[in-house]
Design a protein around this ligand. Structure first.
Ligand SMILES: Nc1ncnc2c1ncn2[C@@H]1O[C@H](COP(=O)(O)OP(=O)(O)O)[C@@H](O)[C@H]1O
Ligand SMILES: [Mg+2]
Length: 254
């Protein structure tokens, strides 16, 4: 099938989605995210049997959007589509520079954003293999990342900041354990907080790992300290006694 034909077919699919939409805000999201380039990437993932449907947006962020979708086998998936824009580019370059895995990166911002999506894919994979509770990454093509959907058929799991936490101490221990495991894989999350932890069945699931860097990165230590600070601040508010120094030692000490 020619590329034009592929594109035409896909646009029909997305158009149907667009019309199904109600609000103007939501429609804007679709128009912004589904540019020709993203459509082709999604089409490729559809041809590969990774995506069947894109159902609704879960989140619309500064740098991208996350949608709930499904596979041809009717399993739920989360689809994260990074926005290709100069603003995103400026925000992201600081994270990729200094990470030896991404040496010699092109100045081209579209390419950088593809690298960024791939970086999240690889970080998820590495963490998953290290036993960290993260969504299993399924596939990544250009600026589209497909991963395990965290939630149930009714709704996606809430962020820790909005979740009902029965046992804050236990949740704290689980978060610390995961942070330790991340460190053991040789990475630092770099944006860990109650916003990037989902709570499913009373257990934390760490998300948003594109910015995670290897321990050699010149900011790794600072970012680890910042992660620790965020976690400590949140759990202190929930009545857990936390000393930042001890927490840092626990994470580094293994
Ligand atoms: N795998 C997932 N399953 C369910 N919801 C998700 C998943 N990944 C992300 N989300 C939702 O999308 C939001 C944004 O995702 P995130 O990766 O944090 O991107 P960003 O903060 O850069 O926009 C999250 O707060 C969460 O609510
Ligand atoms: Mg986030």
């Amino acid at each position: 099938m020619s590329k034009d034909k592929m594109y035409e077919l896909l646009e029909k699919k997305i158009d149907a989605l667009r019309k199904k939409d109600k609000g103007d805000e939501e429609r804007k999201t679709y128009d912004e995210v589904f540019d020709r380039h993203a459509l082709l990437s999604i089409y490729k993932l559809m041809c590969d049997g990774i995506i069947d449907t894109i159902d609704y947006p879960i989140s619309t962020g500064k740098e991208g959007n996350v949608f709930k979708g499904s596979t041809p086998e009717k399993n739920n998936i989360a689809i994260k589509i990074y926005r290709v824009s100069t603003a995103t580019f400026r925000n992201l370059s600081k994270y990729v520079i200094g990470d030896p895995r991404f040496k010699g990166l092109h100045k081209n911002y579209r390419k950088l954003i593809h690298t960024w999506a791939r970086k999240e894919f690889r970080n998820l994979k590495r963490m998953r293999e290290g036993g960290v509770s993260v969504p299993t990454p399924f596939s990544c093509h250009n600026n589209v990342l497909v991963m395990e959907y965290i939630g149930d058929d009714v709704s996606p799991s809430p962020m820790l900041k909005d979740a009902h936490v029965e046992d804050a101490k236990k949740m704290f221990r689980q978060v610390v354990n995961n942070t330790k495991k991340i460190y053991k894989t040789g990475l630092v999350h770099g944006d860990l907080s109650e916003y990037n932890i989902l709570v499913k069945e009373n257990k934390p699931v760490i998300i948003d790992v594109a910015q995670a860097v290897t321990l050699e990165h010149f900011s790794a230590e600072d970012w680890l300290k910042r992660d620790v600070k965020n976690v400590a601040r949140y759990f202190r508010k929930r009545g857990v006694e936390v000393k930042e120094d001890d927490l840092l030692k626990r994470i580094i000490g293994g």
